[in-house]
Design a protein around this ligand. Structure first.
Ligand code: EPZ
Length: 417
């Protein structure tokens, strides 16, 4: 397993370009199952999760090619309507093939994802939605088998605004007979991007980005031609890196309108964000102010930025209260930050971070994707060297991370195992 060695202490300087959003690319690639013909998706980041989605589609009989941030998919010859356990356990987003498969082929056998480091992550709401649309749902040996002659429109209320649940049902509804209304839908930009991709190939979708989405089913969709939005979580992560090192960087190709809640908090913590012609200029303070945060579904403070913001707060002036409301176990990074000298205590889903003057480099372990990003944030400020182990977590969601950090003047080295 690869590890990353980082020398802390230097303020980040320079400019980087933000990659395409992993969590927009994955549903749009899965949507290729809804249509025949060659689908072309641009600005797809070069990540492990994208490769896993490609393997999943190829395993079903699809053609999948990926090079220089472009994915080309053809699903004319799908013969195996299954998402097997060994692929789904690697990436929960594999569940995104469920809705399109049932809608286009009338059947799907998908391994239940099981839990992951940050929580149980059930898909009961995905299944409830498909059932309301007329699918027969059976559970057998850890797999869900969904069958339907043709899905029919229905009104579906999500008691939790699930992101991939909204995406699965929205995709399924594009080919259903009649109108589907999703209430308490997820409002994330990635949901909107998927809706835009589907509308561009003939889907009839209204209200994406709001909490009520209406989809009128059609008989056929054209092949996808789409460029995914930039990654708002990568953007927020680099803003935090500039914030913790007192850096001065330019971020190119990001969309600030996707980050209002996060930006409000990091500006309160003393980081300046200015739009410049060459991109967005981020300047970090000598030492951040302590700021309380509580994660919430979009447009609230993103849970995917909680770990990175906590790392910033470890050296803040004062104490910050951090509350995680989305996942039940998203404090795995706390123990690792404490190994670097942070003063953090937590009970249930609330952590108190008492700012200290200086973190110390150490050997630390990545436990999940965003926890690994928080360890990089901390390592950039820590005195001396930090080695981050189990880098495969990071490689799921950050494209060319050491190249980007190098461009910002950081001493960083990947040791391949
Ligand atoms: C998406 O996961 C993202 N992944 C996650 O990003 C992100 O953290 C999460 O949304 C929240 O924003 C992708 O888009 C591929 P949810 P998802 O369904 O859809 C519960 C990353 O770092 N729930 O919105 O799986 C669930 O347990 C990843 O890139 C049910 O109870 O999240 C959780 O507590 C990590 N039943 C809450 O809802 C269901 O059927 C929100 O989950 C579905 C969800």
């Amino acid at each position: 397993m690869d590890k990353l060695i980082i020398k802390g202490g230097s303020p980040l300087k320079g400019e980087i370009e933000i990659s395409g959003a992993k969590n927009a690319a994955l549903p749009v690639i899965a949507a290729s199952l809804l249509t025949s013909g060659e689908c072309i998706i641009n600005r797809v980041p070069d990540l492990r999760d994208i490769k896993t989605m490609g393997r999943l589609l190829k395993n079903m009989g699809a053609e999948f090619h990926y090079e220089s941030n472009k994915a080309i998919v053809r699903t004319d010859r799908i013969k195996n309507l299954e998402a097997p356990y060994d692929l789904v356990k690697e990436m929960r987003a594999s569940v995104l093939v469920l809705g399109p498969m049932v809608a286009r082929f009338g059947r799907a056998r998908v391994s239940l994802p099981g839990g992951c480091a940050i929580g149980a992550r059930p898909i009961n709401l995905h299944l409830m939605g498909l059932e309301k649309m007329g699918a027969k749902i059976e559970l057998e040996a850890g797999y869900v088998i969904a069958t339907a002659k043709r899905l029919k429109g229905s009104t579906i209320y999500f008691d939790i605004s699930t992101v991939t649940g909204t995406e699965n049902i929205m995709m399924a509804a594009t080919l259903a007979k009649g109108v589907t209304v999703i209430e308490n839908a997820a409002r994330e930009p990635e949901v909107v991007d998927l809706a835009n991709a589907l509308i561009s190939i003939g889907a009839k979708i209204k209200g994406a980005g709001g909490s009520v989405i209406e989809i009128e089913g059609v008989d056929e969709l054209k092949p996808i031609r789409h460029t995914v939005i930039p990654d708002r979580i990568e953007t927020g992560t680099f803003m935090t890196m500039a914030g913790i090192t007192g850096g001065d960087i330019i971020i190119k190709g990001c969309m600030l309108e996707h980050l209002h809640a996060f930006m409000t908090k990091i500006e309160e913590a003393g980081t300046k964000i200015e739009e410049a012609d060459s991109g967005v200029r981020i300047t970090g303070p000598a030492r951040p102010n302590a700021v309380d945060i509580e994660t919430a579904p979009y447009p609230g403070f993103p849970t995917d930025m909680q770990a990175q913001f906590m790392a910033l707060m470890t050296i803040a002036q004062g104490t910050s209260i951090i509350t995680e409301t989305i996942f039940e176990n998203r404090f795995m990074h706390v123990a690792e930050l404490i190994r670097m000298g942070a003063d953090i205590s937590f009970k249930g889903s609330t952590a108190a971070v008492k700012g200290i003057k200086q973190l110390k480099g150490a050997n630390v372990m990545a436990t999940d994707l965003r926890a690994s990003a928080s360890l990089i944030v901390a390592a950039l400020r820590a005195e001396g060297m930090t080695t981050i182990h189990r880098l495969y977590h990071l490689d799921r969601g950050y494209e060319k991370i050491e190249e980007k950090l190098n461009r910002l003047g950081v001493f960083v080295k990947r040791e391949k195992r």
